[in-house]
Design a protein around this ligand. Structure first.
Ligand SMILES: NC(=O)c1ccc[n+]([C@@H]2O[C@H](COP(=O)([O-])OP(=O)(O)OC[C@H]3O[C@@H](n4cnc5c(N)ncnc54)[C@H](O)[C@@H]3O)[C@@H](O)[C@H]2O)c1
Length: 425
């Protein structure tokens, strides 16, 4: 169903590239019997497009004998009669919160096997849940852009989500507005949209880096004010031979590294774990302190978690080289913004390039008035191609959730939980 292919999905699945309507859904013609269903008699069903979303967290490998499977009525599906009698007689629904801009046609295809519902503000949303309007919702499409509607999916909201809900398919690589721990304890699986965002966000990081190296804000705005280069134009710096330090060498971090290399930069990084030489591509792993002390340009590319909130504060600025350049395309809350403003004012930080802020859409006045800062209003993924790819990836996750009871790009915390491991990239 994908129009333009992504580079490397974290869990590649060739089937997901076919249209929903063209996809040969095989129903329950699998082979293994899953835990809890050992005593159930199974039989193979003819290949038909049938929803198999189920309210339990098992992956269902075989059909259940005797369960009515009329796709027109969809009066029962999967092992729902066994696992959740409450919702067994309802057609499953997908709830959309916020808009879909680029893949409306593909979204409409879901109508063939699920009811499509639309969510609204937090108060209305909670009211609708309480009234039972969403009692057949098994999967939900939300986005960073829809957070202002319902607010974050935090510890207050997650326990109130419909009991039937098993999948949250989130549009956004960052999912700090979803409490994954709360979702996991409710048995809700969460996906996000990594990979699809890499190139566009890395491009913006480089745009900001070049702008910050050149302190481009003054001439960039002066020419439109008919002031040519503006007052006292200052010389900038070349990227060549500078040390680019990357904090968080995930998908975007690695794409920033690749671009930095093309500018003749030396790449070093700090990450939760050391990467394989294949992923490092010659980048040097250093510890956090070393990264702070030796980078000429520091690019923030790590996810925002409890461990990374305020990871760059006064102490860290104190460790850095004089004249360091800070680039942040990850999340504003990684930096103590007032410490950054002070470091810029003192000259400790030569310049900064920012796409994200502590309290979006509010921008610290000290950043707004500082002409050594290049500011963008969180536009890292704002390209037609990337937005479309992100929306498609959410639909592909929904499709896999509804047809196989799994996600393609499940958030790493849950993948590790499932694998009984705590290691993370
Ligand atoms: N500006 C934008 O429009 C935009 C667009 C996409 C993503 N983002 C942000 O960029 C972030 C990175 O995206 P990604 O797709 O590369 O994610 P990713 O999951 O591929 O990479 C995140 C990296 O951060 C590392 N990390 C996490 N905690 C760490 C810690 N305590 N110390 C060191 N490293 C740590 C992880 O190990 C991982 O390698 C996202 O979380 C998102 O918030 C912003």
């Amino acid at each position: 169903m994908r129009g333009a292919s992504l580079s490397t999905p974290s869990k590649p699945d060739k089937n997901m590239h076919r249209s929903i309507s063209n996809r040969p859904v095989t129903g329950f013609d699998h082979t293994n019997v899953t835990k809890g269903h050992e005593n159930v008699e199974f039989r193979n069903l003819p290949a038909k497009k049938l929803p198999i979303a189920c309210s339990c967290t098992e992956s269902h490998e075989k059909p259940i004998s005797g369960v009515e499977r009329d796709p027109a009525k969809v009066s029962s599906w999967g092992c729902v009669p066994l696992c959740s009698p409450v919702i067994s007689m309802q057609k499953p629904a997908i709830l959309l919160i916020g808009g879909i801009d680029h893949v409306q046609k593909e979204w409409k295809e879901f109508e063939k096997f699920a009811e499509l519902k639309v969510g609204t503000s937090r108060a209305d949303f909670l009211g609708a849940i309480e009234k039972g309007d969403y009692s057949n919702v098994v999967a939900l499409y939300r986005s960073n852009a829809s957070t202002p509607l319902t607010g974050p999916f935090d510890v207050e909201l997650v326990p109130k989500l419909p009991q039937s809900l098993k999948f949250i398919c989130h549009n956004g690589a960052g999912y700090d507005n979803i409490d994954v721990e709360a979702c996991s304890s409710r048995g809700i699986q969460v996906s996000h949209t990594p990979v699809a965002v890499n190139s566009a966000t890395a491009d913006i990081a480089i745009f900001l880096m070049l702008g910050a190296l050149r302190r481009i804000h003054i001439p960039y705005t002066a020419i439109r004010d008919f002031k040519w280069r503006g007052p006292s134009p200052q010389l900038g710096h070349d990227p060549q031979n500078k040390i680019l330090g990357i904090l968080g060498m995930g998908g975007i971090g690695r794409d920033v590294a690749a671009r930095g290399r093309a500018f003749g930069m030396k790449i070093q990084y700090y990450n939760r774990t050391t990467l394989s030489p294949e992923l490092e591509q010659g980048a040097k792993y250093v510890d956090f302190k070393e990264l702070m002390k030796t980078s000429d340009v520091l690019s923030l590319n790590c996810s925002l978690t409890k461990a990374t909130v305020g990871i760059i504060g006064r102490k860290e600025f104190g460790l850095m080289k004089d004249g360091v350049i800070i680039i942040n395309t990850a999340r504003g809350k990684l930096i103590d913004e007032s410490a950054l403003v002070d470091a810029l004012e003192s000259g400790k930080v030569f310049s900064a390039g920012l796409d994200v802020y502590e309290e979006e859409p509010t921008v610290h006045p000290g950043l707004l008035k500082n002409s050594n800062v290049v500011l963008l209003p969180h536009v890292g993924t704002s390209t037609v191609e990337t937005q479309r790819n992100m929306e498609l990836l959410v639909l592909e996750n929904l499709e896999k959730a509804l047809t196989l009871g799994e996600l393609i790009t499940q958030v790493p915390e849950q993948v590790n939980l499932a694998q009984g491991s705590t290691s993370k990239l």
